[in-house]
Ligand binder design. Sequence first.
Ligand SMILES: Nc1ncnc2c1ncn2[C@@H]1O[C@H](COP(=O)(O)OP(=O)(O)O)[C@@H](O)[C@H]1O
Ligand SMILES: [Mg+2]
Length: 228
Amino acid sequence: MNTSEVLSAQGVDLFYGETPAVRNAQITLRRGEVAAITGQSGSGKSSLLYCLAGVLPVARGEVRFEGRALGVLDDDELSALRRERFGFVFQYGELLPELTVEENAALPLRLAGQRKAEALTAAGEVLGRLGLADLRQRRPSQVSGGQNQRVAVARALVHQPAVVFADEPTGSLDSVNATAVLEEFLSLARSQGTAVVLVTHDAQVAARADSQYAMRDGILSAVPGESP
Ligand SMILES: Nc1ncnc2c1ncn2[C@@H]1O[C@H](COP(=O)(O)OP(=O)(O)O)[C@@H](O)[C@H]1O
Ligand SMILES: [Mg+2]
């Protein structure tokens, strides 16, 4: 294994019942690499993310994180891996409405057992880097859509995970807001060496990634980039 390799999939198939959703997928991410996956609705992008993140067990093939096959981990080990080493951002942020902005952002640290004061301090730093320092005490319903997505980004990165899985993370925003949030997200991820698997239907966004893939009918293809 290449030591900078953090996540890889080889020959991965996923089925829902008899229906294939992912077929023979192959992808490799190095530390800090941003990989973009584009493709039409229903092509299998989210399903692939679930395989890579160990959310759904694969029917064939292997996903490896830091050289270790996810298939050998039991449920507790997999949950711990997802909680501690992975981060997730979804289309609508999916913050907990009853928690404040800073409590939402601190959640991964709290789940890892960190004391509240320390977790909130760390969350405050990440929120500050995303321009949200003044909104820490508000609830998700009291901030804008773009700010909600920034909080979701803060929550995904606060525990400095090895990989963030982002499933159309700005898909609910207008294009100006989406571009701004995405740039902040990728720059923060890059600054801490976090690899990102970014599902997007925006070709311009994908063009900013280090590597690009296209998904069609469950088949993932690498999109050749410009030679370095
Ligand atoms: N839980 C499920 N049960 C059965 N079929 C599903 C399920 N989730 C997704 N599918 C099907 O799998 C295919 C891929 O879906 P998905 O991964 O959500 O695509 P995308 O994220 O690219 O829109 C689609 O045909 C979809 O209808
Ligand atoms: Mg999807």
